[in-house]
Design a protein around this ligand. Structure first.
Ligand code: SF4
Ligand code: SF4
Length: 255
């Protein structure tokens, strides 16, 4: 499948001659634009299998490159370089170095799932974007993104207690990402919520950020979830050929 979007041609590969005449015909400027040939030798034939082994990437092999995901994508509408179809193409071709050129924007997927609804092949492109961002992190190509840190904090709390405490999640997320706790937008939001919140509920919310309440009888569920998560993470590391602790984010049982 050819790469058919003009914006995918890197500027350094476009060659334009200001003055060029061929067989007596003046083809200067725009008419003499050529695309420099590229020779790619560093194919990574394992990359599709590795991303397929991660949650969300399972159906990447179904893609037939129709482009509906990119056409419907929220982020692509504001940044044409964000191109799920193209990245799926690169992954399936094993063109790792080309994929790595976009490693700093792949994580920007906002999980709106417009692509998922548009995809005629049930590839779940949103899942592929998540799996690709995860793969980039596990392979050490990118630092852990803020969205990953938020997901980990959220998951850790749900697994540990069977409950979600927004205040605690935000506080821990800001601490882990070295952000100040008192941010203008957050104070404004808290004040608006507080204006309409019953006093008792506000008191209980404040208290729960301190005492960390748990769902009654949660320990069995917690242990089962923890075992499953650790099992999946071992499988994923093995699929990527990582050593035992490389990329490890598995959680331990709490006592
Ligand atoms: S889920 Fe991600 S890739 Fe899909 S349309 Fe939304 S922003 Fe684009
Ligand atoms: S919409 Fe589906 S089949 Fe079409 S390019 Fe995107 S992932 Fe592939």
């Amino acid at each position: 499948m050819p790469i058919h979007e003009k914006n995918l041609i890197r500027p350094e590969n476009l060659k334009t001659h200001e003055n060029l005449t061929i067989d007596g015909v003046n083809v200067s400027g725009h008419w003499s634009t050529f695309i420099a040939p590229r020779v790619i030798t560093d194919y990574n034939e394992k990359i599709e299998a590795e991303i397929s082994a991660l949650p969300g990437g399972e159906h990447i092999n179904r893609c037939w490159q129709c482009g509906s995901c990119t056409n419907s994508c929220t982020v692509n509408a504001v940044n044409p370089d964000f191109n799920p179809r193209y990245w799926i193409y690169l992954i399936r071709m094993g063109m790792e170095s080309e994929l790595l050129r976009d490693k700093d924007i792949i994580w920007q997927c906002v999980s709106c799932n417009k692509c998922t609804y548009a995809c005629p092949r049930d590839v779940f492109p949103e899942g592929v974007m998540k799996a690709t961002a995860h793969w980039l992190e596990l392979q050490g190509h990118t630092p852990k993104s803020k969205s990953t840190i938020f997901d980990e904090e959220f998951t850790e709390q749900v697994v540990a207690t069977g409950k979600i405490e927004e205040g605690r999640i935000i506080r821990n997320f800001f601490t882990k990402t070295r952000q100040p706790l008192f941010q203008e937008w957050l104070i404004e939001m808290a004040m608006r919520v507080a204006r309409h919140m019953p006093v008792r509920l506000g008191f209980l919310m404040g208290l729960s950020t301190v005492i960390r309440p748990r769902t009654r009888g949660w320990s069995k569920a917690r242990d089962a979830i923890t075992d499953y998560v650790n099992e999946q993470e071992v499988k994923q590391r093995q699929a990527l050929g990582l050593r035992e602790n490389e990329g490890k984010t598995g959680r331990q049982h709490e006592n």
